[in-house]
Design a protein around this ligand. Structure first.
Ligand code: PRP
Length: 562
């Protein structure tokens, strides 16, 4: 009965107002989808694991909840609705007249890292248009997505369009091993320009490498299309047709009164594996994550024995409902106490239209001084930051920016949830903690390195026993030893890690080394360098799209004084 009174992390009970808000969103979406001729289906919450582990390994095994039936067969709790709908359509609806228009409203379940405040149970509503590969079908899906967001979003939204075919084409032409290609994919998805450049430096310096390097920077309005046109010109026979397709879709959406709510991002590659060409996401300024995901997935049905083109999207009903609750609580003081109790932990403050305030999370301590000095050199009035006393939230006078002072790991949490738009944090914490955000700038300060160190008088690699490693960075340490194929035992230590080998608790440490003074004074020496570390500017994914102008300006200011 120990856990008998609580709900598992990432799940929770929905009480009255929350149910009402979700039902309101579901009702609105149902009306829109049915009016457009979509009919509802429901797939089982439990599926055989094989459905999700087909050729392209669409879902990582560790992100699924798995169990076995009484014959020992592996099952998965549905992590996605599109794949089961493809299974269902390829079997139950085989031979039906095409196209088939389907909508669904059901939960998906995804394992999340512990204590990150991420949902494991997500209420999604979406549509699938199956058996039509026409341009018109892409436009139909996108206009339905825009109408859905317009009806449910509590604040202005943005839809960004991308084309995964561009990345897929370029990466297929690049001469690199699969590991490098995977890293390139990750760096483009994270807009990690510096790391992308580093990996591409190891590849042949061809037009392909050049275009891949530019891809994540190609985002924004019409100018992104122009830049792409100039970049692709005369370099590849296939890319211009993809660009033309994107431009055509963009033109139609712009014409639909959506104006600058439509953006382009050629770096939009971190969608589910099954997307094949056009992809899109939707953002609103009350959620730090995208609330809408969609695109064309022409290859998925082949895994189920059919060859059908398809396109569709899903909306996060809980995020939209939370935003609407948040808005109504802001609008109604009288309801505040009741609605306030339902406020989502990750909700952002609603900013009035036109006033894009930038909140910057800055790592306290060593990095703080270096970054405040950079801000001063860039011409910002940092007097409040310098004389801050114990205050943790400080405006930069004369700007619409404010600085939040936080511990390194918390900088990432605040940025990931979107309560801060921008963060400055060391690569050591980023490497240890991971997460979803853009890592757009290496600030060049706070330079040090990760290293393996041991007692200077010991032979670390000698003997046969399993080595014990003490570290504040267990993920960094274990993945590094894994990459070396070395089996070690990791012990987590919170600080002054150098003590562990001195006291005989560990054979070595994995830690950051700046001057090397701490190691020297304690009789330790570096055995191997692992990777360099420096301060990075990270950006929330939604903020990057909603506050591009302000973030670009801050980035340029900092780059000027680096
Ligand atoms: C870091 C690191 C080393 C030291 C390295 O510790 O963990 O102990 O700095 O710097 P050096 O090479 O210039 O000597 P930090 O000061 O952050 O304290 P902690 O170990 O208590 O976390």
């Amino acid at each position: 009965m120990r856990n008998g009174k609580i709900t598992p992390e990432g799940t929770g009970d929905l009480l009255f107002l929350e149910c009402e808000a979700q039902n309101a969103v579901i009702g609105l979406l149902r009306g829109i989808f049915e009016k457009r001729g979509y009919r509802e289906v429901r797939t089982p919450g439990l599926e055989f694991y094989d459905v999700f582990s087909s050729k392209a390994a669409y879902y990582r095994p560790e992100s699924m909840y798995k169990l076995t039936d009484d014959r020992g067969r592996l099952m998965a709790v549905r992590p996605d609705s599109t794949i089961p709908i493809a299974r269902m359509t390829a079997t139950k609806l085989k031979g039906s007249a095409l196209p088939i228009r389907i909508y669904y409203a059901q939960q998906v379940f995804r394992r999340q890292p512990e204590l990150r405040g991420k949902r494991a149970e997500i209420m999604q509503m979406g549509v699938e248009l199956i058996g039509d590969s026409s341009f018109e079908s892409d436009v139909e899906i996108l206009t339905a997505a825009a109408e859905a967001l317009d009806a449910c979003s509590p604040s202005p939204f943005r839809i960004e369009l991308g084309h995964v075919g561009v990345f897929n084409r370029l990466i297929s032409l690049l001469e690199a091993d699969p590991g490098e290609k995977e890293r390139i994919h990750g760096h483009i998805a994270a807009k990690n320009y510096a790391a992308l450049s580093d990996v591409l430096e190891g590849a042949p310096q061809t037009d392909v490498a050049d275009m891949l390097r530019a891809l994540p920077r190609l985002f924004g309005g019409h100018e992104a299309l122009e830049e792409a046109r100039a970049l692709f010109r005369g370099r590849d026979p296939v890319l211009p047709s993809m660009l033309a397709y994107l431009e055509r879709v963009y033109g139609i959406l712009r014409g639909l009164d959506l104006g600058d709510r439509v953006m382009i991002d050629f770096g939009l590659v971190n969608q589910a594996e099954y997307y094949s060409s056009l992809v899109f996401k939707g953002y609103t300024d009350f959620s730090g994550e995208a609330v809408l995901f969609g695109g064309r997935y022409d290859g998925l049905f082949k895994d189920f024995g059919e060859d059908l083109p398809a396109t569709g999207f899903a909306l996060h009903v809980d995020a939209l409902a939370e935003g609407r609750l948040k808005r109504s609580s802001a609008a109604s003081d009288s309801e505040e106490s009741v609605v306030g109790a339902c406020e989502p932990s990750g909700a952002r403050e609603l900013s009035p239209p036109g006033a894009a305030r930038l909140r910057i999370a800055l790592t306290k301590g060593r990095l703080e001084d270096a970054v405040v000095a950079m801000l001063a050199r860039a011409g910002f009035d940092v007097s409040l930051l310098r004389g801050k006393g114990r205050r943790l939230l400080l405006p930069i006078l004369g700007t619409n920016m404010e600085v939040v002072l936080a511990k390194a790991a918390d900088v990432i949490t605040y940025v990931e949830h979107g309560v801060c738009d921008v963060g400055v944090v060391g690569k050591d914490t980023i490497a240890e903690r991971g997460g979803v955000y853009y890592e757009i700038l290496d600030l060049g300060v706070g330079r040090c390195r990760f290293a393996l160190a041991a007692r200077a008088d010991a032979d670390f690699y000698g003997g046969f026993g399993t080595k014990r490693i003490a570290t504040k960075y267990p993920n960094v340490a274990s993945s590094w030893f894994e990459s070396k194929g070395m089996d070690v035992e990791i012990i987590r230590i919170e600080g002054s890690v150098e003590l562990a080998p001195l006291l005989g608790l560990a054979d070595g440490i994995v830690d950051i080394v700046e001057t090397g003074g701490t190691l020297r004074e304690n009789g330790l020496a570096v055995i191997e360098d692992i990777r360099p570390v420096s301060a990075r500017m990270i950006v929330n994914v939604a903020s990057m799209k909603l506050k591009k102008k302000e973030i670009d300006a801050l980035t340029a200011d900092l780059q000027r004084v680096m």
